[in-house]
Design a protein around this ligand. Structure first.
Ligand SMILES: Cc1cc2nc3c(=O)[nH]c(=O)nc-3n(C[C@H](O)[C@H](O)[C@H](O)COP(=O)(O)OP(=O)(O)OC[C@H]3O[C@@H](n4cnc5c(N)ncnc54)[C@H](O)[C@@H]3O)c2cc1C
Length: 494
């Protein structure tokens, strides 16, 4: 098994490619778009530059890992800067700066009383223990068959995660102020699931922000996609752009023989699909439904999908120096806002997130101007498919007015000189993301850990998967890990 083909040059596919190529496999990546990164994408227009997808860099050591593991210094590929305080969060009319300096964050909790501080420390102790457990026993571990999970040791570790309550309920046990509860639980939205019904294990996200800090990649996130591409190519890998795979060809319903691309057939000893798992199973896998194993079409359609996003990319001929790199404005009724998204209702009073890279990096916009990114969590297309031009324009106008008024960005609407908009439909058409969901399959308990699609197909002996919809899940560092796990699965079979 020497010639490996990868479908998709997202973070997952590029990482798998680097690990395999560094072990002397010959890897070719086929990517439908004309550049690397998948959702880690960029728009460059009219003198402005935008990161269009991920913006918050957490777990910096994992970003460095594909470079360190293949014997090079990451600093020769990209530059990381720590950001602290890393975010302003507006909740209930109050702006709270979030810091990963314990002395600073203590002030926020102590200001509400020592009991709240005690609750915060209890939360940290508890969740740090669970994080170590998850890291050592689940996140960096791939699964194949039932025995990998249903054994006494692993079941005991799973039980210790005590993840049956929701993120919000778990926080509420220790902290009584509603504002502080929201402050420590909204982060599940980073992986497209509500804190009010998402498993409590995802409370590790705010802990990771606080303990390991938040970082920024100089020049923007797309520099990281370019860095992965550079490392892959210098190891001898090949990337074919504008090559949309039409089929993963399978013989005897159990062995991949290659890929069909632009009506041509390319042979491969094994295939790694980085394209979204549900899309791959529905659209690419050339086998009868019964040969698909657990993930037959009916199941794929019934699975839960994460939220999506409505995004505005605004070139503004004004600089807002008082607007931090990351700002979140929570809806006045946060619980209703999130419930509306779950039910496919376009929120009347949505929460939103603003990214202002021009405040620390002058490569995003011309002098004294700024490139703003505004993200509004919305339902995926399974729950709400109503994104016609009128709806898009109305919603965009409403969001711009909200950002201007609620963050006091004086004159914002008048200063916009460039505008681009992504809706859930953009994610579906541009990256083949099933139902336009931005974070892949929703990380419910039923779709997490052993119960998330595995990195190797159960029935087809040389088909593997890397990406947000498979184990261990969504978010850049977790997808990097998925890419490594998929590569290790290939190596295990060789
Ligand atoms: C708006 C937004 C904000 C986010 N914010 C953050 C953040 O702040 N921090 C964070 O850590 N994470 C964030 N994420 C999540 C993170 O970006 C994703 O989890 C991660 O980038 C997904 O990588 P992937 O490799 O799984 O998939 P993708 O990026 O979707 O890559 C899949 C690739 O496959 C290609 N492809 C699909 N079908 C075919 C085909 N038939 N033939 C050839 N190629 C094909 C696609 O074009 C794409 O390039 C965000 C995501 C979005 C969308």
């Amino acid at each position: 098994m020497q010639n490996i083909s990868i479908v998709g040059a997202g973070v997952g596919g590029l990482t798998t490619g680097i690990y395999l190529q560094s072990e002397a496999y010959q890897v070719t990546i086929y990517e439908k778009n004309d550049h690397p990164g998948g959702k880690m994408d960029t728009i460059q227009a009219d003198g402005f530059k935008f990161d269009t997808g991920p913006t918050i860099v957490m777990m910096p050591d994992i970003y460095k890992k594909p470079f360190a593991d293949t014997g090079v210094n990451y600093e020769d590929y990209f530059t990381m800067i720590r950001v602290n305080p890393f975010m302003d969060v507006w909740t209930d009319g109050e702006k709270i700066p979030l810091s990963s300096d314990l002395a600073d964050i203590a002030k926020v909790f102590e200001a509400q009383g020592e009991t709240e501080m005690l609750g915060f420390l209890k939360y940290l102790t508890d969740i740090y223990g669970k994080y170590i457990n998850a890291k050592n026993n689940f996140i960096y571990q791939s699964f194949r068959g039932p025995r990998d999970f249903f054994n006494l040791k692993t079941l005991w570790h799973a039980y210790q995660l005590k993840t049956f309550s929701s993120s919000y309920a778990a926080i509420k046990k220790n902290i009584s102020s509603t504002n502080l509860q929201y402050l420590m639980s909204f982060q599940t939205l980073y992986i497209g699931i509500s804190p009010f019904n998402g498993p409590s294990i995802y409370n590790i996200i705010p802990m990771i922000e606080l303990i390991y800090g938040v970082w920024f990649i100089k020049g923007g996130m797309f520099q990281y996609a370019k860095a992965l591409e550079k490392r892959f190519i210098e190891l001898g890998g090949q990337i074919v752009y504008q090559a949309e795979v039409q089929e993963i060809a399978v013989s005897d319903q159990k062995h991949v023989t290659g890929l069909k691309i632009n009506e041509e057939f390319e042979t491969a000893d094994a295939v790694v699909a980085n394209a979204d798992f549900p899309y791959t199973m529905t659209n690419l896998l050339g086998v009868a439904d019964k040969a698909k194993g657990k993930y037959k079409q009916e199941k794929i359609e019934k699975m839960d999908y994460s939220m999506s996003c409505f995004l505005l990319y605004l070139g503004v001929d004004k600089k807002y120096d008082e607007l931090r790199l990351h700002t979140i404005k929570m809806a006045s009724d946060f619980e209703k806002n999130v419930a509306d998204i779950d039910h496919g209702i376009l929120p009347e009073d949505p929460s939103f997130y603003v990214y202002n890279p021009s405040v620390i990096d002058d490569t995003f916009a011309p002098d004294n101007q700024s490139a703003l990114y505004v993200l509004v969590p919305v339902a995926n297309l399974k729950e709400n498919n109503n994104w016609d031009k009128e709806q898009i324009d109305l919603f965009a106008e409403k969001i711009i007015a909200k950002v201007e008024n609620e963050l006091a960005l004086e004159g914002l609407s008048r200063h916009i000189v460039y505008k681009n908009i992504y809706t859930p439909k953009t994610f579906e058409s541009r990256y083949n993301s099933a139902f336009g969901s931005t974070f892949g399959l929703k990380p419910t308990l039923k779709q997490s850990n052993y119960f998330r699609p595995h990195n190797k197909h159960a029935k087809i002996d040389n088909l593997y998967f890397a990406g947000a919809s498979v184990h261990p899940g969504a978010g850049v560092p977790i997808v990097i890990t998925s890419g490594e796990l998929a590569a290790r699965e290939v190596m295990k079979d060789n």
